[in-house]
Design a protein around this ligand. Structure first.
Ligand SMILES: [Zn+2]
Length: 211
């Protein structure tokens, strides 16, 4: 497991956490997936989907919930986004599954909810592009971060190795993302691969394939 967030099924099942989003009827066939309601797709009439998601999770078909979260630039009101998010936090806690978060200009809200809801499960903010100061603040609040092609180089260099997650979001080749990270962090590719695989396994509480 090297790619912690993509929307494409990898050639080798288990080498990526594939976000099927709201497509609960996707053919999973050995792949490791997360499912959930994206903030852009929240309508306020989400009970039907959330019930179906509950069943999907109860059958053990997903390793995580997501991507869910907040987007201040797109989607319905933040109030509606928060209602859907909190419902998914409840599912995450009930089934013991971590969450993959889409967060655009709403970090304060996520920090507040993590403080107030005190979840036992981990929340990973995908596609993090912030600088080192914001990174340290989010890590100190118990949040996890993953880095894709647009990552801030200083943050990617400075994040502790046991907190390192890489992703493509389905828009890059994971090998290119890994080569870049190994260069930025001055660690051999094979070592980086072991690190991110081990971190992904711990995050998902799941044994994953090493590519
Ligand atoms: Zn995505």
């Amino acid at each position: 497991m090297t790619d912690i967030h993509t929307h494409l099924f990898p050639e080798q099942p288990g080498s990526a956490l594939v976000c099927v989003g709201e497509n609960l009827s996707a053919s999973i066939q050995g792949h490791i997936v997360c499912a959930g309601l994206h903030p852009w797709n929240v309508t306020g009439k989400d009970d039907g989907f959330l019930s179906a998601l509950d069943v999907f999770l109860s059958e053990g078909r997903a390793a995580a919930i997501g991507e869910c979260g907040f987007d201040t630039l797109r989607g319905p009101s933040l109030k509606l986004q928060e209602l859907a998010f909190v419902r998914q936090v409840e599912l995450s806690e009930r089934y013991g599954l971590p969450m993959v978060l889409h967060v655009v200009r709403a970090f304060d809200r996520v920090i507040r909810l993590r403080r107030d809801l005190k979840p036992a499960q981990r929340w990973l903010i995908h596609g993090f592009r912030g600088g080192p100061e914001q990174m340290r603040q989010l890590l100190s609040k118990g949040l996890d971060l993953s880095f894709g092609p647009g990552a801030n180089v200083e943050s990617l260099r400075l994040i502790p190795s046991d907190c390192l997650f890489l992703e493509t979001d389905g828009k890059a080749d994971i090998h290119d993302v890994m080569v870049n990270a190994s260069t930025v962090r001055s660690v051999p590719y094979s070592q980086l691969e072991r690190t991110i695989t081990s971190n992904a396994e711990v995050f998902l509480k799941h044994s994953c394939t090493v590519q």
